[in-house]
Write a protein that binds this ligand. Structure first.
Ligand SMILES: [Zn+2]
Length: 225
């Protein structure tokens, strides 16, 4: 496992859902890349005429806080209006073929009602499109003729965040300060403050049966044989 790719709908999604786990992967020598489908222009933040640039810059700063150097954004997808299309699958598959990740982390295609923003339709759409991009799009040479220049690639593991039925709780206590720094980088966004997120990720740890004083992120992990 030397390369991982995170695919999410908006700037900040990766940081709420996976930055503590990703910081551990970086510490383990894994090269992690981010692919963000929109620039989050439907989110909070001022000035409105520079919101895309502002949020993209915040995401780059957040990536830096956990040691991730590669951050890409797709063009042509609008915040709040993402649906599962063959174009989106193809665009994600193109990045998978270029990055050649062993592990992909994305949002769950199955929505979790009532958990913070986990019921956002953009998140479910990106999860579903990414699942399709992993299989068959990235590995089947015949599905997308316009990807013919890129060698097919088979991803070994898919990690879904915001899943209604997580089966892996990653103890992120040791990297939690870096996750907090990544969240704080999204200065324009609500709910990125320290105490709120200490409480939030301590609660995730409790749900996963970890002892008091620990923090965790939760995933449904699919191992592809
Ligand atoms: Zn989001």
């Amino acid at each position: 496992m030397t390369r991982a790719l995170a695919v999410f709908a908006h700037p900040d999604d990766v940081d709420f859902n996976a930055a503590g786990t990703i910081a551990q992967w970086v510490d383990d020598g894994v090269e992690v890349s981010y692919l963000v489908v929109t620039r989050g222009e439907a989110g909070a933040g001022e000035p409105r005429d520079r919101i895309q640039q502002l949020r993209a810059d915040e995401q780059r700063a957040a990536a830096e806080a956990v040691g991730v150097k590669q951050v890409e954004f797709l063009d042509g997808y609008a915040d709040g209006r993402v649906t599962v299309t063959l174009d989106l699958r193809r665009d994600i598959a193109a990045t998978i073929r270029r990055v050649r990740p062993h592990r992909v982390v994305t949002s769950s295609p199955t929505r979790t009602w009532g958990l913070r923003d986990a019921d956002h339709p953009d998140h479910a759409a990106v999860g579903e499109a990414t699942a399709g991009a992993v299989y068959p799009d990235a590995m089947n040479p015949y599905v997308h003729p316009d990807l013919a220049d890129l060698e097919p690639w088979s991803v070994s593991e898919v990690w879904f965040s915001e899943s209604p039925d997580p089966d892996r709780y990653v103890d992120i206590t040791d990297t939690f300060d870096r996750k907090l720094a990544a969240l704080a980088a999204h200065r324009s966004q609500p709910e990125t403050g320290e105490q709120l997120n200490r409480d939030r990720f301590a609660a995730v740890a409790a749900r996963g049966g970890l002892p008091a004083g620990r923090f965790a992120e939760a995933f449904r992990v699919i191992i592809r044989s």
